[in-house]
Design a protein around this ligand. Structure first.
Ligand code: RFL
Length: 389
């Protein structure tokens, strides 16, 4: 089999790239380890930045999203039973977040790609990359019915997430890895409960952080900071709701938290990871394959889609004019955005956790929050980074 581009992984990065390059007339095949049902029902992120939506819209890929997504322009902080809100949309040119679950983004991108004649192979195994520094690299895989195939191509797009095979196919010593373990763990909870809020809530409590994110009119995501080393099974559903009620509580308010059936409970180990450069020979890494960011600030899915847009421009330019400029600057262009997001996410991690590092950092978190509550200039900077510069 011959294709211009082999895309490994059908998450937000791989599917965005596949759609954009297909629209530019560049043929590709997408190879995905999981089944179509699995990728279309895997709940993860749910917040899209204005920039990501504009990009999808300009390619005709945002029709359902624009109809169904909730718009958000305000978030709320709760500290010691008191709440204050930051109307970040008003502070940054009316730009808003779009609340739309990642599995719906994936569903829409798969449908658009297949409708336009795209080729996705689901449930593949034993994916192997070869000849990455030659002008004709190749990717081999075994299909669900056991047939081994190989595609030779001009470029390989490694969109297979943090645990994929693309990054490990790069020889030792080529990549520089930057890793930070935040020393924090969150219990991520998905519940069939209508949101109890119109704005994302970040609550700081002496027992630890709690977050209330929105996903849909019937499903909410919650986060609870838990002691490092905790297992999800250590927490019964009753304990989860009890902790959420306690950490979100407001003094002298009638606000209440609506409970529902808990459909997912998993522990997130908060870490950040970036590799440099994001390419090797004819292999380009995108999204989580190249960088992991904490969920604080909701940047992961957006960075993955932005990488795809950058690589799509570079490939389109290459096939239209023969210019390799965009391919050569791909890694640096993406890394600038990635490090800026990492910086913001780290800033926010430090602001919403009062017990990380040492008591000194706890006091810094308090000072940062007070600054945010009091200073319009500080809030404007927060708004720019939060909703996406
Ligand atoms: P993905 O989504 O992991 O997709 C990679 C795809 O590659 C497949 N794959 C392989 N395919 C073929 N061969 C192999 N050997 C393969 N190995 C893996 C996988 O099956 C999968 O389909 O990576 P991508 O496309 O880079 O997208 C990244 C985002 O998924 C990720 O950054 C976000 O989900 C992170 N994230 C959030 N991001 C946000 O922007 N906002 C949020 O609110 C947000 N919340 C979250 C999150 C991630 C979470 N978890 C579970 C990690 C909340 C959670 C709980």
């Amino acid at each position: 089999m011959k294709r211009s581009v082999a895309v490994v992984g059908a998450g937000p990065a791989g599917l965005t790239l596949a759609n954009l390059i297909q629209q530019s007339g560049i043929d590709c095949v997408v190879l995905e380890k999981a089944s179509r049902t699995h990728v279309e029902t895997r709940p993860r992120a749910g917040v899209l930045e204005h920039r990501s939506v504009t990009m999808l819209e300009s390619h005709g890929l945002a029709d359902r999203l624009l109809m169904e997504a909730d718009r958000h322009g305000t978030c709320e902080f709760r500290v010691s039973g008191q709440a204050f809100q930051v109307a970040y949309s008003d502070l940054y040119g009316g730009r808003q977040h779009y609340v739309y679950p990642q599995q719906e983004v994936v569903k829409d991108l798969i449908a658009a790609f297949l409708d336009a004649g795209g080729d996705i192979r689901f449930s593949v195994s034993d994916v192997e990359l070869a000849d990455l520094t030659s002008s004709r690299p190749s990717v081999s895989w075994t299909s669900a019915d056991g047939v081994r195939s190989t595609v030779t191509c001009d470029f390989v797009a490694g969109c297979d997430g943090f645990h994929g095979v693309c990054r490990p196919s790069i020889p030792d010593g080529v990549l520089t890895e930057f890793t930070h373990q935040h020393g924090i763990e969150w219990l991520a909870i998905l519940a069939e409960a209508p949101p109890s809020t119109k704005a994302i809530i970040y609550a700081l409590h002496e027992d630890g952080f709690a977050g209330h994110m929105l996903r849909s009119p019937t499903v909410s995501r919650f986060y609870l900071q838990v002691p490092v080393g905790t297992k999800a099974s250590d927490w019964s559903d009753e304990q989860v709701w009890e902790a959420l009620h306690k950490r979100f509580a407001l003094h002298g308010s009638t606000w209440s938290l609506t409970e529902g059936k808990i459909i997912e409970k998993r522990v997130l180990d908060m870490r950040s990871h970036v590799v440099e450069p994001m390419s090797y020979g004819r292999l380009y890494l995108l999204g989580d394959a190249a960088h992991i960011i904490t969920p604080v600030g909701a940047k992961g899915m957006n960075l993955a889609m932005n990488d795809a847009a950058t690589l799509s421009h570079a490939l389109t330019d290459f096939y239209a004019t023969g210019s390799e400029t965009g391919l050569k600057t791909y890694s640096d262009d993406c890394l600038r955005r990635v490090w800026r997001a990492q910086e913001f996410s780290q800033w926010m991690v430090n602001m919403i956790h009062t017990d990380v590092g040492s008591p000194f950092f706890g006091r810094l978190a308090q000072a940062r929050l007070e600054h945010l509550a009091e200073s319009a200039a500080y809030r404007a900077s927060f708004a720019e980074n939060y909703v996406g510069p």
